[in-house]
Write a protein that binds this ligand. Sequence first.
Ligand SMILES: NC(=O)c1ccc[n+]([C@@H]2O[C@H](COP(=O)([O-])OP(=O)(O)OC[C@H]3O[C@@H](n4cnc5c(N)ncnc54)[C@H](OP(=O)(O)O)[C@@H]3O)[C@@H](O)[C@H]2O)c1
Length: 270
Amino acid sequence: MLKGKIAIVTGGTRGIGYAIVEKYLENHATVILCGSRQETADKAVAKLKEAHPGCPVEGIAPDLTDYASIKAAFDGVREKYGRIDILVNNAGMSSSDPLSAYTPELFHKVMSLNVDAVFYCIRAVYDAMEAQGSGCILNTSSMVSRYGQPKGVAYPTSKAAINGMTLSLARELGPLGIRVNAVDPASTATKMLRDFFAARGLELSAEAIGRMTGTPSLLTEDEVGTAICHLVQWEDPAPVGRNYLLRFREDCENLNRQGRDGHVYPGTAQ
Ligand SMILES: NC(=O)c1ccc[n+]([C@@H]2O[C@H](COP(=O)([O-])OP(=O)(O)OC[C@H]3O[C@@H](n4cnc5c(N)ncnc54)[C@H](OP(=O)(O)O)[C@@H]3O)[C@@H](O)[C@H]2O)c1
């Protein structure tokens, strides 16, 4: 149960982020979701309120590439609710250009959202979490942070950077009661992945993914969202600085079971 918890979820308007928001609401958290525009944030909030009447959710749209914009927005959340318990850094973008077409501008654009913004958001919630002596930060990395991805070089690079940030801040902030972890999902059927396949003129399926990556797995947003929800429900002493690899449906289920019974199942945490 997340009753009384205040959670900020970036990239909460659709895909994995939207599934995380839904799971948090079902577990009675208050959720502030971030979109790239106020319009998309409002649309997601309206959809959630229709599905879960009266649920405590609101939408904001700070510029995630600008620290001042994030700080002002998150300070507003802290002022309104008095605390910030959970931050999920989930907003992200991908690109599939080959190196021959990859421009420095595109490289910086991907790194700016996938890496700089994660640092900015963590920095912006730090004061609140440090004062509380508690907090839970979850970063959505990716399986490609471990195995690489031919074409679209900035994306796996950015996710590998997130793994380094996760491990470093986990060690620094763990003693303060702030847990920092990451999940590394395999291919998940969201708009990002559909665009990736469309750009290559391919049909999205587990088999097609298997041919491309060697892992014939296609997760659903709900499976990943549920696993990420269970990860924040663990009470102290909870693990910090783990990268949870979600390759197959079983990995999501193991993480859920682990959240319930505390037993560490093989193959996920690294
Ligand atoms: N799908 C996969 O196979 C997969 C696998 C592993 C990891 N991941 C990671 O999981 C996370 C979510 O991916 P997804 O597949 O759910 O993506 P998605 O469906 O494309 O959704 C992306 C989310 O990020 C937000 N966003 C995009 N650009 C933004 C910007 N410039 N500023 C602020 N917000 C922005 C979008 O908000 P708006 O709707 O408001 O634009 C949306 O909420 C990403 O970090 C991704 O790298 C995905």
